[in-house]
Design a protein around this ligand. Structure first.
Ligand code: ARG
Length: 463
């Protein structure tokens, strides 16, 4: 019988330990990377003179067959049925069927500790860019909408209270900028991720004089891990990814929350498409933003995964401990969840409708109180005093039961003559005029929003 370990054991492990210990249902997803690592390992052994040409060929040949076989099993039911405990054992055992004794040489100077660490790094290097692609798609959708809907003005809120009018595009781009930072942050992790642990063995390094740099490059890594104990121990790249995913999901959650609020009947600023809404089994009139709510909820799960893994690491001694096996379960969970959330976010934002009339109707003249204060400032009134005087105006308007625009000119004049003539005062009550004051970089005036649009477009095009 082909055995990975157990030579010094008399009894089999208990069933219940097997159930806890076996990781195949999770790490079978790494079969490509595991085989890729084995191919490179065999080739390096051969190049360094530790594996004969014949054995090397038998191994490479066998690995191709194993890969084909596993691929087929996967495509049937997405699972791999095997009695072995993990993907490393499965690949090696199956290789033995095809390559015979040559297969027994593959694991020379290798450990599942450096193998597992290599597989996951390879998987992350090929999979994480998919998240980047979706993120860039989302940014692109936001930028395109911002460009074509730049004339729409909406209420901007702080504390969810009406604050100042802003361009709808300015709001959309506020999210695009956060997502752009996510793309940049994820890329920055690649340098640390792209170090190959293979050749670290179980803990002490590789007893064969192999060329680790050549091995690393053959697998597409930028570099090698510089210390074997660090290599089999470190899961810092997981921690970085989990925390990155958590932050990214917080950004998605904020978009989701904004859109959920704006799609409520009370706001009615946006309408979600049928494709990205759901109904109620009881109330026929309902259009529920379930997708957005799931995105909002996922931020909790992703933060939980980040916390869970850091808690697992806390208190671990150096090098490999089986606690580390849970890295993959959390990695796949966080990745899959975020991947789906990003795709739903792209679809939702791309297909929602904005109701520009309703956005205008949600504005009220009280949101121009700051503009009135600025008008006084332009006529020499110190801002703190101007702020107070507009407060007095607001109180007067409330007492008379009118809004700022309908408050009679003489009321303004009595409070402060610097409010200017009736015409000057009336000219303040324009949403367009209001937003167009904010021309400096980062503001909501059309020119400033266009500048943002161009910067984001240029960045997207260069990506
Ligand atoms: N399935 C294990 C994991 O993913 C592989 C490493 C096992 N190493 C060991 N010494 N038991 O962590």
């Amino acid at each position: 019988m082909y055995q990975l370990w157990g030579g010094c054991f008399e009894e089999e492990p208990s069933k219940v330990l097997r159930r806890l210990n076996d990781s195949l249902p999770i790490d079978s997803r790494l079969f490509r990377e595991d085989i890729q690592g084995s191919r490179a390992w065999a080739a390096e052994q051969n190049l360094s003179g530790f594996l004969s040409k014949d054995d090397h060929e038998a191994i490479q040949d066998g690995l191709n067959k194993v890969e084909k076989e596993i691929k087929e099993e996967f495509s049937k039911d997405g699972r791999l049925e095997d009695s072995e405990e993990d993907i490393h054992a499965v690949v090696e055992k199956r290789l033995f069927r095809y390559a015979g004794d040559a297969a027994l040489r593959l694991h020379t100077a290798r450990s599942r500790n450096d193998q597992s660490a290599t597989d996951t790094r390879l998987w992350m290097l090929t999979s994480l860019p998919h998240l980047q692609i979706s993120l860039k798609e989302l940014i692109s959708v936001l930028v395109n909408r911002a460009k074509s809907e730049i004339d729409i003005i909406m209420p901007g809120y702080t504390h969810l209270q009406r604050a100042q009018p802003v361009r709808w595009s300015h709001f959309l781009l506020s999210h695009a900028w956060a997502l752009r930072d996510d793309v940049i942050r994820l890329k920055e992790q690649t340098t640390r991720l792209s170090r190959c642990p293979l050749g670290s063995g179980a803990i002490a390094g590789c007893a064969l004089a192999i060329d680790r740099a050549r091995l690393a490059h053959s697998l597409g890594f930028q570099d090698v891990t510089p210390n074997s104990m660090f290599a089999v121990s470190s899961r810092d790249h997981f921690v970085e990814f989990f925390n990155w995913a958590s932050l990214c999901s917080l950004h998605l959650s904020k978009i989701a929350e904004d859109l959920i609020i704006y799609s409520s009947q009370e706001f009615g600023i946006i309408r979600l498409s049928d494709q990205f809404s759901t109904g109620s089994s009881l109330m026929p009139q309902k259009r529920n933003p379930d997708g957005l709510e799931l995105i909002r909820g996922a931020a909790g799960l992703l933060l939980g995964n980040a916390m869970a893994f850091s808690c697992t690491l806390k208190g671990l001694p150096s090098t490999y401990n089986k606690d580390l096996q849970s890295d993959k379960e959390l990695l796949f969970k966080s990745f899959d969840k975020l991947n789906d959330c990003l795709k739903v976010a792209v679809g939702t934002v791309a297909t929602m409708e904005i109701n520009s009339k309703r956005a205008l109707a949600c504005l009220d003249p009280g949101m121009l109180a700051t503009d009135l204060a600025h008008a006084l400032v332009r006529r020499g009134v110190p801002f703190r005093r101007a702020h107070h005087l507009v407060g007095v105006v607001l109180r007067r308007a409330a007492a008379l039961g009118v809004d700022l625009q309908n408050l009679h000119h003489h009321e303004y004049y009595n409070i402060c003559p610097e409010f200017g003539t009736k015409e000057e005062l009336q000219s303040i009550f324009s949403w367009e005029t209001s937003v167009e004051q904010y021309t400096s970089v980062g503001g909501t005036a059309k020119a400033a929003v266009n500048l943002q649009l161009n910067m984001l477009r240029t960045w997207l095009d260069a990506e």
